[in-house]
Design a protein. Structure first.
Length: 290
């Protein structure tokens, strides 16, 4: 097999009926496409079928992705499939929202710079000026959009304008400490990821890690989920948890929590950008990678 040929990703979902798997595998086989990874899931309660296939088109009569897309549209139409076919080498465009905490942003920028995340970052947007120097060091445009209760509609309109002008595929809230309006949440449905702590038991309000210390918690964690109008209750992509003990001061709890947040957010962004996440009502179907 020629390893120089493009790697394609086909994702699809449709009603769970006989033939929904066959239409995909038969289509690829007939066009001499070499499948090297495939995941399927049949949600019997929702009667929905999900599939993700990675393949190469190595045959002597290999077709360009545009032709494959046109031909698969005809096959998928019979099953009313919602689907996407893309070249895996093309990076996703990711706009990052951030406030003052930089641990998640720093981690994403490092992975972007080293190529471990196949993304482009056309813009960083913040309600504070603090991290502008970091963005400039990476050569990324930084938009400082201050926000108050009175200016929130105008600020979000500016934010959405930047997202649209950059052609962003995904918006990442890398510890962006503002609640998005219901209107903006709807516009970004399925393409905006948030990260927050998941202390067990839960603590809300100011200084959650200090509250956790006072209660002697033994676990800290983080949750990455899609943004929704229900605050911090959108469909979950991934979660992580780490053990702690009596020796952890509030400062050490904060440090452990931030490490967990950045690792969890990176994993969620990677899963999304590799088309491994499907929305399934208020839940997600997530096909694991490496």
């Amino acid at each position: 097999m020629n390893r120089e040929t493009p790697n394609y990703i086909l994702t699809a979902t449709c009603d769970g009926v006989i033939g929904s798997l066959d239409v995909v595998t038969r289509f690829l086989c007939e066009r001499q496409c070499y499948v090297h990874e495939m995941h399927t899931f049949d949600d019997t309660e929702a009667h929905r079928f999900f599939i993700r296939v990675e393949f190469k088109n190595d045959g002597a009569d290999a077709l360009p992705i545009e032709e494959l897309t046109t031909q698969f549209a005809e096959a998928a139409n019979k099953f009313s499939m919602q689907w996407e076919l893309r070249d895996a080498s093309v990076p996703e465009k990711v706009v990052i929202l951030v406030s003052k905490y930089d641990h998640c942003l720093q981690d994403l920028l490092y992975r972007y710079r080293t190529g471990s995340l196949n993304i482009e970052i056309p813009a960083i947007i913040s309600n504070h000026p603090d991290l502008q120097g970091l963005a400039e060091w990476h050569g990324i445009p930084y938009y400082h959009l201050p926000i108050t209760a009175e200016t929130k509609p105008q600020q979000e309109a500016q934010m959405m304008e930047i997202i649209e002008e950059t052609g962003a595929d995904l918006v990442v809230l890398a510890r962006y400490m503002q609640v998005l309006s219901n209107d903006l949440c709807k516009k970004l449905e399925g393409r905006a990821i948030n990260i927050h702590h998941s202390l067990l038991p839960g603590f809300k309000g100011a200084k959650p890690y200090h509250q956790a210390y006072d209660k002697g918690v033994k676990l800290v964690g983080a949750t990455a989920h899609y943004v929704s109008s229900d605050l911090d209750e959108g469909p979950i992509i991934t979660q992580s948890v780490e053990p702690v003990d009596h020796s952890f001061t509030p400062e050490r709890l904060v440090a452990k929590g931030r490490d967990t947040e950045r690792m969890t957010l990176n994993k969620a962004v990677k899963l999304h950008c590799e088309q491994r996440v499907f929305l399934d009502g208020n839940k997600t179907v997530v096909f694991s990678g490496e």
